[in-house]
Design a protein around this ligand. Structure first.
Ligand SMILES: [Cu+2]
Length: 113
């Protein structure tokens, strides 16, 4: 009996260790948005449309891991309209987004090189 318990415990520990680890090395430019570690991972995208008046941006984005979203083109809101000053249509960018309450919002946006 004791050995079975042990085997179960070992399996549980193994499963925990197999959880995906956050990719490090992209945290350097963090700065202003320290609050949400889940959004730190940035996704590559191409800007399709910038709508400053409505604080919206259309992105053709790659897979967004923290939102479990496949690559697609879609409209995002932005947490701060100033984010849109840095980019224009056709730019390659990197961004972070949250999906709280079914609303997708870009919280970080920067030109990709
Ligand atoms: Cu999407």
């Amino acid at each position: 009996m004791k050995s079975i318990k042990h085997a179960l415990l070992a399996a549980a520990v193994g499963a925990a260790a197999a959880l995906p680890l956050t990719v490090l090395g992209q945290a350097a430019a963090a700065g202003s948005s320290a609050a949400k570690p889940a959004a730190d991972e940035m996704t590559e995208a191409e800007v399709r449309k910038v709508d400053k008046d409505n604080k919206k941006i259309t992105l053709k984005h790659g897979a967004i891991r923290n939102l479990d979203m496949p690559p697609m083109t879609m409209v995002f809101g932005v947490s701060d309209a100033a984010l849109l000053d840095k980019v224009k249509e056709g730019d390659k960018v990197r961004f972070s987004a949250t999906g709280e309450g079914g609303k997708y919002t870009v919280t970080e946006l920067q030109p990709a090189k």
